[in-house]
Design a protein around this ligand. Sequence first.
Ligand SMILES: [Zn+2]
Length: 336
Amino acid sequence: MKNIIRMVNILLAVCMLFPSCGRKSNLASDDTLPDTTVEVKDTTAEDTTAEDTTAEDTTAEDTTEADTTVVVPNDGKVHVDSIKLDKYTVTVKVGESDMPWVTMLPENAPDKSEIWKSSDTKIATVNTYGKITGVSEGECTVTVTSADNENVSATVKVTVKGAVKEVTYIDGILIANKTYALPADYNPGVDAQANNALNEMINAAKTEGVILRMISGFRSYSTQNTLYNNYVARDGKAEADRYSARPGHSEHQTGLAFDLNSLEQSFENTKEGKWLAENCWKYGFIIRYPKGKESVTGYMFEPWHVRYLGKDVAKKVYESGKCLEEYLGITSVYEN
Ligand SMILES: [Zn+2]
């Protein structure tokens, strides 16, 4: 009987911690529970502290048992008894990939191998490392199971969005940033007008003793894909997203962007960097990712990266003191 009282006590305590718990009881229309609770309250007052402690211990055990319906082989060896993921939902575009981070517990289980399975490989595939790749628009689930204990698994809800089909112009300006992607097959090469303007700028700088060199111009979707994935492998996704665009999101794919001289932020303080910042607007360019605008542009300061807008627009943006996102009132944020 005392055990039953303890359990009700525990229920009461848990319900006080999680108010939604009470609502669930109401939904279940369990009218007997509140009455029992009142009786128990009195009993609690008489209980000694020592017994309270015991009750807490029991709680811990009860919770574990309630949450885990997992059967662990009783052969004296350590087996995996739970799987945790860093995310349980994944949203990717067709052709894009994402990979949840897996933790198998307990830590000292010798075999933590994973078995990955997609519920619908027409929607998304998953490789042996848990890399999920979108195949076509739709939803499915991907499950990871412990090879050591097939009773233990975790499920990821996968949403695959359609590939980008059109380019986006805002106020007549072609946009490629974290919000607006270019189609994978948008492959215009370097823009002739932008290239002429670049040469004009390089020549003008030269007459003032400033040597500008173009080190990167047009990049195709597939080139960017390779670049970005290499950066992710080296620095991780979060860090790579600060300085490298995901495929389809790079301004270099527009054919209107150029990197000059040096990919070091110290370029800002060189003679060339200063000249570029002060004069590029005269030739139709802007410093696309200015200092202090990382939260708006989505990229860290890049004193070497210029974007061609044409002389009129470049002048207006320069004089506004805003970055392009602020000037147009748009965002630059990945969906996931
Ligand atoms: Zn660049």
